[in-house]
Design a protein around this ligand. Structure first.
Ligand code: MRU
Length: 322
């Protein structure tokens, strides 16, 4: 993602890994559509994209509330989107230059938070570990470096000789398409696996820890993340495998006392019932397609933020530092 003076240039993640195509977004409505359509995805990345969407809205002279409300409505679960938009709305300054400067600050800070998390989280990973992860939490999902994948990247750079089990992540296959793409680029040893292979790998002792990202963390540590994360947490508890969550402050929703009220996005059934646009299920097959689930805090061994490694019982105030 790069601001180009009057537009936002964005890698279209839907084409990866087959093609690296860029979208040139010139209006806030196009940014909202790119978020909704998942050209950009991953909680921190959609927060940064929305911040630049605000800049496009300010540049075109649209009313701030119209722009903010449309962007926030694009996807409901990742709180980073709302956080970035509200941070700009609360500036009380709708001049384009001010909004752009704030968007750039949000982007810079996200990279710094990810790098800090990488260092803290890498301490949790023993040399020679087999690390399981789900979805994509790397550079593509953030402003750079990544959260859970950022920790994996840092541990690899430290020479810890890790190997990654990367869950495919049905139905949109962010693991197979995006995480595999990033891991190959970095030369990090890994295998992509079907989501359903996780249990037997844990049972045979081939998983030393699970590390995942987050879309929203409630003040009691309940964590919304990609659908399938909760299953991994239950499996990890049963098999005695540590289960870690990595997320920056922008993912904390301290107003939410528990995960029960986290809004869970339901996406179109065609994501599940088709593969590469080809129908697989019978025509008219009814589908339920929630994009996220909530892992109760009591299944999480530690939450890694930019400031600390938090252990149970979790109780977050307005920031991870409280
Ligand atoms: O639907 P997506 O691809 O936006 O879901 C992304 C995830 O669930 C990630 O794990 C989460 O946003 C953390 S990204 C650092």
């Amino acid at each position: 993602m790069a601001w180009q003076g009057d537009r936002l240039s964005m890698l279209d993640q839907r084409s990866l890994p087959q093609a690296e195509e860029y979208l040139e977004l010139r209006s806030y409505a196009q940014v909202a559509d790119a978020i909704r359509g998942m050209a950009v995805r991953g909680a921190p990345a959609i927060g940064v994209a929305a911040a630049y969407g605000m800049a496009l809205g300010a540049l075109a002279g649209h009313p701030i509330d119209e722009v903010a409300d449309r962007l926030v409505a694009a996807r409901p679960t990742a709180v980073n989107l709302e956080w970035a938009v509200e941070r700009i709305r609360s500036l009380g300054d709708w001049r384009f230059e001010s909004v752009l400067a704030e968007a750039e600050a949000i982007e810079r800070e996200d990279i710094a938070m990810n790098e800090a998390m990488g260092k803290l989280g890498a301490e949790l990973i023993e040399p020679g570990s087999n690390v399981m992860t789900i979805c994509n939490t790397g550079s593509l999902a953030t402003a750079g470096h990544g959260t859970a994948l950022g920790i994996i990247r840092t541990a690899h750079k430290q020479g810890k000789r890790i190997h990654v089990w990367s869950c495919e992540t049905r139905p949109r296959q962010q693991g197979l398409r995006l995480t595999a793409f990033e891991l190959m680029k970095e030369g990090i040893p890994f295998h992509s696996i079907a989501d359903s292979a996780a249990a037997s790998l844990m049972r045979s002792g081939q998983v030393n820890c699970v590390i995942v990202g987050a879309d929203r963390i409630a003040s009691n540590g309940d964590t919304a993340n990609k659908i399938g994360t909760y299953s991994l947490a239950v499996l990890a508890r049963y098999h005695g495998v540590p289960f870690y969550v990595a997320a920056p402050s922008s993912t904390l929703d301290a107003q939410m006392p528990s995960g029960e009220s986290i809004p869970i996005e339901e996406r179109d059934g065609s994501e599940l019932a088709t593969v590469d646009g080809h129908p697989v299920g019978p025509e008219g097959c009814p589908v339920f397609n929630p994009a996220f689930d909530v892992t109760p805090g009591n299944l999480i061994s530690a939450i890694v933020t930019e400031g600390a490694v938090h252990r149970q019982p979790f109780s977050f105030g307005t920031s991870f530092a409280d």
